[in-house]
Design a protein around this ligand. Structure first.
Ligand code: AMP
Length: 225
């Protein structure tokens, strides 16, 4: 899944993982877990995360390679969230998967004004990563409805880090859109709308793909975005 920060990628990847019973691999969640457990990688990664900078490509590739080595991904496949984020990561990832290829790249599209509003109001569970917002808080006192963990604002959802992350998205990650488009794997989906509406669009694309025929719904028009 491609999409800038705040496009709803995390929320939608969790939903797709439940809907299709496939592992959700979020490199951001994996890194935050390392930081929380104060592992050597976590201690090193923390300054990158807090500033909204990208972790070096070779570290990310090693992390994803070890995750993909687990049985669940071999039997069920996976939905990848937050990776690859650079051309070098995409190159390394393709090598890693050979002879298998990824099926689809879903590109969640959203205007930057909406992204800023979403990120500033976003709150997340420190333990399980469940996503809330100031307008849809957990039921009780900022305690996660799912696991009881503390629901907090991410360090990198500060205004300065958000700007840095959006700039990095444009310079480092956006070129992947053209790459996957040229490979015939990209489908644009509008990330505007309620989580249920966006999920509906995503599942219709995946179902059409799964049922063969290679038919994809039309790209959403500019004025809808
Ligand atoms: P996310 O939760 O996907 O927004 O990721 C949070 C932070 O983790 C990013 O701002 C980066 O610091 C780091 N990160 C996650 N995935 C990657 C990646 N594929 N490459 C480099 N850094 C990453």
């Amino acid at each position: 899944m491609l999409g800038k920060q705040g496009s709803g990628k995390g929320t939608q990847c969790v939903r797709l993982s439940h809907r299709y019973v496939i592992p959700h691999i979020s490199t951001g969640d994996m890194l935050r877990a390392e930081v929380k457990s104060k592992t050597p990688l976590g201690l090193e990664a923390r300054r990158y995360l807090d500033a909204g900078d990208l972790i070096p490509d070779e570290v990310m590739l090693a992390m994803v390679a070890s995750r993909l080595d687990r049985d669940d991904t071999r039997t069920r496949g996976f939905v990848l969230d937050g990776f690859p984020r650079t051309v070098a990561q995409a190159d390394g990832f393709e090598e890693l998967l050979k002879p298998v290829e990824i099926d689809l790249v879903l590109n969640l599209m959203i205007p930057t004004e909406l992204v800023l509003a979403r990120l500033v109001s976003r709150r997340v569970c420190e333990d399980c990563g469940a996503i809330y917002s100031t307008s849809t808080p957990p039921k009780f006192n900022w305690t996660c409805d799912i696991c009881g963990g503390d629901v907090i604002q991410r360090e990198d959802d500060s205004e300065e880090a958000i700007k840095n992350r959006l700039n990095l998205y444009e310079s480092a990650t956006a070129p992947l859109v053209a790459r996957y488009e040229a490979m015939g794997k990209l489908v644009d989906v509008s990330g505007v709308g309620s989580p249920d509406e966006v999920q509906e669009c995503l599942t219709s694309v995946i179902d059409a793909y799964q049922h063969g025929g290679g038919f994809f719904p039309p790209v959403p028009s500019e004025e809808k975005l």
